[in-house]
Design a binder for this molecule. Structure first.
Ligand code: ATP
Ligand code: MG
Length: 366
């Protein structure tokens, strides 16, 4: 998959912008607040039909402008197509077009241009709380496996209902009668979540470890260990077995859930632990190691996507170079040789030998 060119009118700080891209590495250089991240945001918007930094579409429209227009030529599955999005300052809903044909939902653009985005907040994903890592797994799996997306949605709905029943058990005791039903369905959908996550994590570990090893010059071995409900002995076991083990956990926590008025059983607290050469990263990982491992996870996510769909997503790396030593910076700039990559950075002296450097100043190409 790749983007051939991009045209922006009235998007963020871009009044009118047009640029053709390299099929390999595109290095976007400029000082702070010149529009580097905005450019990645535009690409992301065309890829997903939604912005990654804001939910408010109005913020994407250049101050004082009536509308914003984004368009790109993209190539995927051997076909060239055009993507276009227009958003308006007033109440008029935004419009999406694929090769000139208006589309009503963003799902209709699925598979035309896939992107894997890595932004500064992601650098600390292995240091932060479990929720961030769960989101990493869930986001990737929801894109790859429609069955997983459905199960996750149902599980979250059941969890909210069960949590409300436990919380309001004195005000509305009748709700407790529904607990066995919630538990039953949560064990069924929970088993799907666990087995899918466990299998995906094995793939992720294998590929991320290869990237991390190359990144660190062969010195560091990355491992990922899935952590789920304690009664689950083998998370890759068949769903029926997982279902039984989840029921067992629910039963042993029945009293505790009523007393704490909280939902204590199920895969909604899942996590995975990353370690380097046997040492858990959360406690012992250095800044650079943590960042490198996080980038390796994203590269692995991209590989798996390719293995599943046959197309390599476009990689968007926002500001990832700053805390890496020269060897690791070189890896990002020169060793990710597959597919199309966009990398933003501030230092002008950063050079890539294998692509194009685009200098941005105040929403324009220098
Ligand atoms: P850094 O190196 O600090 O990350 P950057 O080059 O990535 O900088 P961006 O985040 O792309 O910077 O652009 C930020 C600039 O865009 C800000 O100065 C902001 O005021 C401007 N900007 C954001 N939204 C709009 C808008 N709707 N209209 C006009 N300008 C905007
Ligand atoms: Mg930026």
């Amino acid at each position: 998959m790749r983007i051939l060119d991009l045209t922006l009118n009235g998007f963020r700080n871009y009044e009118s912008f047009r640029c053709e891209f390299d099929p390999g590495v595109n290095l976007i250089v400029g000082e702070n607040a010149q529009g580097k991240t905005n450019l990645l945001e535009a690409i992301c918007y065309l890829s997903r039909g939604a912005a990654f930094r804001t939910r408010k579409e109005a913020e994407l429209i250049r101050f004082g402008a009536e509308f914003a227009e984004l368009s790109a030529q993209v190539e995927s599955y051997g076909r060239q197509q055009s993507l276009r999005a227009v958003m308006f300052a007033g109440r008029r809903p935004r419009q999406l077009y694929l090769s000139g044909v208006k589309k009503n939902t963003r799902e209709e653009l699925d598979g035309v241009l896939n992107t894997v985005l890595f932004c500064p907040e992601d650098l600390l994903i292995l240091k932060k709380g479990a929720a961030e890592r769960r989101k990493l797994l869930d986001d990737a799996l929801c894109q790859l496996r429609p069955k997983y997306a459905k199960a996750l949605e149902e599980y979250k709905r059941l969890l909210a209902q069960k949590a409300a029943a436990l919380r309001d058990q004195y005000e509305r005791p009748g709700m407790l009668e529904l607990l066995p039903d919630y538990n039953e369905r949560m064990a069924q959908t929970g088993a799907i979540l666990i087995s899918t996550r466990a299998k995906y994590l094995l793939q992720l570990e294998q590929r991320a470890a290869e990237h991390h090893n190359a990144f660190s010059g062969g010195k560091e071995q990355l491992r990922l260990a899935y952590q789920t409900v304690s009664t689950v002995t083998d998370p890759t076991a068949p769903a029926l077995e997982l279902y039984r083990q989840l029921k067992e956990h629910q039963q042993s926590h029945y009293r505790a859930e009523l007393e704490s008025m909280q939902c204590l059983s199920g895969p909604h607290k899942d996590d995975f632990e990353a370690s380097l050469n046997g040492l858990p990263m959360k406690a012992f990982g250095s800044q650079g190691q943590t960042r490198t491992a996080a980038i390796s996870l994203k590269l692995a996510e991209r590989d798996i996507f390719e293995a599943d769909t046959g197309e390599l997503p476009v990689l968007l790396l926002d500001d990832v170079l700053s805390e890496l030593d020269p060897g690791r910076q070189d890896f990002v700039l020169n060793q990710i040789r597959r597919g199309q990559v966009f990398i933003t950075c501030c230092e002008r002296e950063k050079l890539t030998q294998i692509g194009k450097t685009i200098q941005i100043e105040n929403g324009a190409i220098l």
